[in-house]
Design a protein around this ligand. Sequence first.
Ligand SMILES: *[C@@H]1O[C@H](CO)[C@@H](O)[C@H](O)[C@H]1NC(C)=O
Ligand SMILES: *[C@@H]1O[C@H](CO)[C@@H](O)[C@H](O)[C@H]1NC(C)=O
Length: 405
Amino acid sequence: MKIASIISLAVAVLSLTNAAPIDRRPHSLFGPPAGSYKSHSVALTRNPRFKHNVPAQLAKLNSRFPGVVKVLASSGRVDVTNVENDLEYYGVVSVGTPPQEVKLDFDTGSSDIWFPAVNCTSAACKQHAQYDPSLSSTFQEDGRRWKITYGDQSSASGILGNDIVTVGGISVYQTIGLAQKQSSHFSSSISDGLFGLGFNTIETVPGVKTFLDNAIEAGLLEKPVISVFLPSVRRNGGVGGEYLFGDIDESKFLGELTYVPITKKGYWQIKVEDAGFNDDSIQQSSEGIVDTGTTLIIVSDKAANAIHSKIEGALKDPKNGWTVPCSLSSNTEDNITFTMSGTAFNVPIADLAFEDVGDGSGNCFSGIQGGQEGLWILGDVFIKNNYCVFDQGEARIGIAPLKYD
Ligand SMILES: *[C@@H]1O[C@H](CO)[C@@H](O)[C@H](O)[C@H]1NC(C)=O
Ligand SMILES: *[C@@H]1O[C@H](CO)[C@@H](O)[C@H](O)[C@H]1NC(C)=O
């Protein structure tokens, strides 16, 4: 049940101290798994703008039959579905020949691509799409063991394999994690698995290349970037979210992109120079990551205290973490700001009223929580207000305020 699990996540995040490398969970309120999802399923939305991407298909042919077809660099768009008021966003990915579809949570905070395999017997696998390598003529064994464990002890493991992975019309031959075991945390997850978009240095099996590495090397992308538009339910009903591989959609943001250099390749790590309430700085800085796979913004305890001290009615308790009055959702004036490369980016305080705690108090879980010392996480609460271009070619992130139609 969602509220209960949000509470347990809040408690979990409060008890975080210094997990290494970083205590985040792919895809939940405070980072992933799945404990936070309701168990009902959500209908897939077909991408209404999907077009067969001819240049990408030519390029794909070329990479399989070098010299036969001229490579044409291209770009590919994949629509994502907003789950439960911005809790997570997933897209549909095709694997193998003929294609088998899996719903994957695109995650810039990890790098593995994995989903359940047909011979996984864990209960959580049975509740999701299970890829069958024996039905794919392009599957090739790899055989190396693979295992990922997240901060809440949820885990998945199995073997690696190789197959064609297609997203938004861009196809590469990709090393994938076939999950043969999954912890029960994933049972209630709506997505089948993860699509990691971090750097290859944090692949769980060293030496494995990411989808982006492979697409760039094969010359499939016009630009070596992934551009992310994750709209919120509050601002436009949450519709039209997309990941654009290989290009930047100028119609999705206001003004110019500010480029922020990557300080360490692993996560998409950057320097956060300051945070504040409107023009009122809290005079704190930290390394941070821009992480599409984490729902909220998680900062240090000290920064969370300073930010909430500016907000009337904000409270912290051991059970719920930081809460704010739900009435903030109608505030149209004030922002929390995060400064990178000298530019302050806004998160309207309306987005701090994340979700009613459900106890009749009129308080909501805050969209900003503490407990991440030394490495702040700018999750979806940040990204749903700011268009982000993850530029692997130049090792930087371009950021600009999101433009809603
Ligand atoms: C599942 O299938 C893979 C081959 O696709 C095989 O290597 C592995 O041993 C199988 N696992 C189980 C638990 O049967
Ligand atoms: C808060 O952000 C919005 C959107 O960027 C902006 O229009 C508004 O002026 C900001 N408010 C303040 C007080 O700076």
